[in-house]
Write a protein that binds this ligand. Sequence first.
Ligand SMILES: [Zn+2]
Length: 62
Amino acid sequence: MTECYADPGEPEAAPAPPLTQDGPRAACVLCGKPTEYPASLPGLTMCPVCEWQEAQRTACSG
Ligand SMILES: [Zn+2]
């Protein structure tokens, strides 16, 4: 007897960077809105909306 634990649930979300309680927030590199990420976070920061759109574009590229 075998049991399958394949879960047709939502795709696993990427681990989120630590969120700031206060302090300056990094601006979204695409739309300029403040993100949930601290301004000290290295690299490009995007708001949830732009992150999602970028993910869609990347997934559909080609
Ligand atoms: Zn944005």
